[in-house]
Structure formats: structure tokens, C-alpha cells
Design a protein around this ligand. Sequence first.
Ligand code: C5P
Length: 255
Amino acid sequence: MQRPAAAAVPSNRVLSNIRERIIVALDVPSAVSAREIVDQLGDAAGAFKVGMQLFTSAGPVFVWELIGRGIKVFLDLKFHDIPNTVAAAGVEAAKMGVWMFNVHAAGGHEMMHRTVDSVVEFCESTSNRKPVILGVTVLTSSKEQTLIQTGVTAAVEDQVSRLARLSFDAGLDGVVASPREVGIVRKAVEDQAFLTVTPGIRNSGATSDDQRRVTTIGEAFAGGSDFVVIGRPIIGAVDRRVALEKLVEEARQQG
Ligand code: C5P
């Protein structure tokens, strides 16, 4: 089977600017709170992530607002449904003009492949820019026990490897995985253009909250992450701009 359309962003080899590689998670309950964070951080971050909490509360109107301001949006709704439904949702995401969106790789090959096909077809017929489409491997909050509860007896690493390969074969541009598992993804998919986007970033010595498979930002980039997603370490800080600048500095020093 032929792989549809290549990734819409360059790999980390050309992404020399650390800021471009930082995606701030707008994990807040309203457009008002999210707007405040975006205004505080401005272009100090590369992109902003709108996840299910904010999207459920503020909807596409807020996404349009961000895109209208020239902001790159990662729509993190982790679609997982029958192929037809996910493909249709993917087209709506492309219509909105998001830079990146994701689906659960556990939804299987057909679900992912049909989504890529439909999005590519839509973008080609409308001259819209094709969003980067990512597969979520194993959530960074999950551990072996979490997989067992759902009937998956594979080790976390094996499951990440399997789902990364499946995402690549289905034509996706990359995966969301723990920064500790970038090596596993690179081994499963040799194509260096295949992106790894990694949440689960913590300041050295800080609490990991509900995240289990975490690293520092420096370790994530040194390990080969293309993009990092950071929520609480920035949005929960007293001075968010200072928190972001500290992370940029930390990445520079360890990189
Ligand atoms: O606050 P924290 O930095 O842990 O936020 C991580 C963000 O990344 C959250 O918005 C979470 O939904 C998201 N995420 C994740 N693990 C994945 C995919 C997305 O933690 N596998």
C-alpha cells in the first residue's frame, strides 16, 4: 500500500529553534483563561494545544480565534471511533485550519488510513494546508497495569513500538509518545521524517502529577523528540513567561 502525502513540517534536523518545538497545552476550562495564557506567552512558544477540556468548553470558535491570530494550533482530541466517523472529524479539523491533530493509534489501520486519505483528498481539492496527523501510542499516564486492565498484555515498550509502526504504515506523519520512548519509535520506524511529539515533560526534581513516563525538556530533545508538549509546568506557574524561558534555557544547556 502506498503512503499518502508526507509530513507537513520539517524534521528536527531543520527545526533549530527550540521555541518552535515547544507546544503549550491550554488545559484550562474557558476561552477567557486560555486567552490570558496566549497573551502572556505570545510568540515565546511555537504552538498551542487545544485539548478536550477547552474544546468542549470553548468549541471551534476559540480555535478559529487562535488561527485568525496566526497561532499554530494542535487540536488534541485523540479521535477514536469507527473509520468513517474519525475520517469525517479529521476533515473538519482540516477545514478549521489546525496545524496538527491526533487520533488513537489503537483505533487500527483502517481508521487511521481512511482519515489520512479523506484529509488529503479534502486538502487537495480546496488548497487547504494538510494538517500534521499523529497517532497516540500509549498515554504517558499509563503503565503496564493500565494496559492489563484493558486486556493488553504486551509490555508498554512493545505496545508503543507496535502502534508507532501501525501509524506509519497507515500514512500518519508521526506519533505522540513518552519522551522515554523516542528510541523505540525510531527503531520501529526508520524514516527520520516521522515525527515524535512528546508530552510528559517535568522540571528536574518537580512532581510528575499523574504522568508516569516523564523526562526533562533537555532529555526529551537530546533523545530525539521533534516537539514537546508542556502543560502544568508552564500554565500552573506563578509567572508563566518566566517558567517557559527557564525551560528554553534548560533545553539549550542540555541540548
Ligand atoms: O500538564 P502536562 O504537561 O502533564 O500536560 C500534558 C498534556 O499532554 C496534557 O494536555 C495531556 O492531555 C497531553 N497528552 C499526554 N499524553 C499523551 C497525549 C497527550 O499527556 N499521550
